[in-house]
Design a protein around this ligand. Sequence first.
Ligand code: AAT
Length: 292
Amino acid sequence: VIPGWFSEISPMWPGEAHSLKIEKILFQGKSDYQDVMVFQSSTYGKVLVLDGVIQITQRDECAYQEMITHLPLCSIPNPKKVLVIGGGDGGVLREVARHTSVEQIDICEIDSMVIDVSKQFFPEIAVGFEDPRVNLTVGDGVAFLKAVPEATYDAVIVDSSDPIGPAQELFEKPFFESVAKALRPGGVVCTQAESIWLHMHIIEDIVANCRQVFKGSVNYAWTTVPTYPSGVIGFMLCSTEGPAVDFKHPINPIDSDENLSKSNQPLRYYNTEIHYAAFCLPSFAKKVIDSK
Ligand code: AAT
């Protein structure tokens, strides 16, 4: 460990640790679920860290939040009811709110400290909570979904931390089964699905489970996020049986300058070309994912 630097050390990426220079530690706390830290970095703005793992930096959060939201929502016509699991910083809410067809945005985040810290240190992200369509539940996403009546949502976005800690069950088959039940026919889910460079074994399991549970389409997409381990992160996109969804050919484009929502910020990362590109996989990943 280099003094004055944050290094992201975890058994989930053994033998490597991305580091950022710390200008100042702004917050350190322990919630009921995890260690929470915020620091000012010298090159990526403020950084939110949970249990030693980077969740957000101001400089590159757009890549993750815009992609995990617009990949599913631009793939279906007229999304109206959307559920977010995790995402307590509010960034996914900010992005969902750009879609004018959306009438209801429910969110279930397990850790109220994440929400409070985001409102204090990341107002341009927590602005997502200010949209009047948002209903917040603080609780476990697994329990929340079990209680959702069948066929409630057009889209579910699972913005979850890594499968060590409170998010573990969000990567397991019973959870995917309750997501499928909560979706209307032809509804879509997009879940955080780790890195093709580090976690092909995890991705293999997710794909195999999703192919069993979701009877529509099942696709893997990815994006760059320089401060996430290995610099990339992926998403599992699935649809339920019903009206066909072709994730690779988006039919509900979003206009960067018109769909500003409360944040008043234009899109910084997502566009239609990058939506198409997100589904192109390197051969080693394609081979494994297609064989499942
Ligand atoms: N949008 C920022 C990126 C995240 S945040 C993941 C959120 O999931 C955290 O706020 C965490 O508290 C919440 N969470 C974890 N488990 C649960 C659960 N069981 N129910 C509800 N919310 C939960 C993800 C960053 C990915 C990092 C990649 N290395």
